[in-house]
Design a protein around this ligand. Structure first.
Ligand code: AMP
Length: 303
């Protein structure tokens, strides 16, 4: 299975890719991670990319396309991959199509993680990772259980990305809207785009993604779209409307289910109707006579 995860910086693509990677036995291919590794190693690509990344801009298409082409060709990617942070431009999306077609690989899912910009700045500016195992944390929303100690590996060293600061974040967001968001229609037009609510709790997002990957209907609670309140629901068209209970029971005849108590009442009423003469033949019952006889006068004639 091969997947593309799309979404603005800070949407949680990396976090979710790691979870799905384990769950579905795929490999996460993050161009951001590859570029950071290149910067750390001081390679030629790293030297080119460093200043661009720190400025919150996109590294040239040729550079990242070459990185991904090389990575997808490695043996571990054959069991399936999650592209995280790639493609980021229409040119990259087209190049991806071409390289996959050439290799006879198909994309199974393109999933967009939707998050409001206002939330992203806070999310990104507060995040940090364990320097040893890479586990992700947030200053307010996701602290380690013991302060200063990684929950996963026990390391006491943490790091922050150079580009995770409020100033660069706004530039990265601007780059996302100008260069990456336009590829959404590219995939939507091919009927390949699905989306999840990236603002839902982390576990709910994982469930929603897993449901898509497993081909199930969306997991409950993961979608942001609220249900229309009952009272405000559109009235059904006459053709679709369910017949009323009375009509339904008539149509079903003797098979109609009537609660035992009600059935008794209905039967009694029916019996009374048979015993009593019809109103037309009962005639007038004078008030006094009716009182004396303890009879009820016909409803229509009561005052
Ligand atoms: P990320 O870790 O995905 O947020 O990426 C961090 C930075 O790496 C981005 O702000 C870009 O400067 C660069 N980068 C990552 N992926 C790409 C890509 N597909 N195209 C261009 N630049 C990228």
């Amino acid at each position: 299975m091969n997947i593309v995860l799309l979404g603005p910086p800070g949407a949680g693509k990396g976090t979710q890719a790691k979870r799905i990677e384990e769950k579905f036995g795929l490999v996460q291919l993050s161009t951001g991670d590859m570029l950071r590794a290149a910067v750390a190693s001081g390679s030629e690509i790293g030297l080119k990319a460093k200043a661009i990344m720190e400025a919150g801009q996109l590294v040239p298409d040729e550079v990242v396309i070459a990185l991904i082409a090389d990575r997808i060709g490695r043996p571990d990617a054959k069991r399936g991959f999650i592209l995280d942070g790639f493609p980021r431009t229409t040119k990259q999306a087209e190049a991806l199509d071409a390289m996959l077609a050439e290799k006879g690989i198909k994309l199974d899912h393109v999933i967009e993680m939707k998050v409001d910009d206002a939330l992203l700045v806070d999310r990104i500016a507060g995040r940090y990772t364990c320097a040893k195992c890479g586990a992700g944390y947030h200053e307010r929303n996701q602290k380690p259980k013991t302060e200063g100690v990684c929950d996963v590996c026990g390391s006491t060293e943490f790091k922050r990305r150079a580009d995770d600061n409020a100033e660069t974040v706004s530039k990265r967001l601007a780059a996302y809207h100008a260069q990456t968001a336009p590829i959404l229609p590219y995939y939507r037009a091919r009927g390949a785009l699905k989306s999840v609510d990236g603002m839902a709790p982390i576990d709910s997002v994982t469930s929603a993604l897993s449901a898509i990957l497993a081909g199930k209907p969306a997991a409950a609670g993961a979608s942001k779209a609220p249900k229309a309140p009952k009272a405000k629901r559109k009235p059904k068209s006459p053709a679709k409307a369910r017949p009323k209970a009375k009509a339904r029971s008539k149509a079903k005849g003797s098979r109609a289910k009537v609660p035992a108590k009600k059935a008794k009442r209905v039967t009694k009423k029916a019996v009374r109707r048979v015993k009593r003469p019809a109103a037309s033949v009962r005639g007038k019952v004078p008030r006094k006579a009716a009182k004396a006889l303890g009879k009820r006068r016909p409803a229509a004639r009561r005052k």
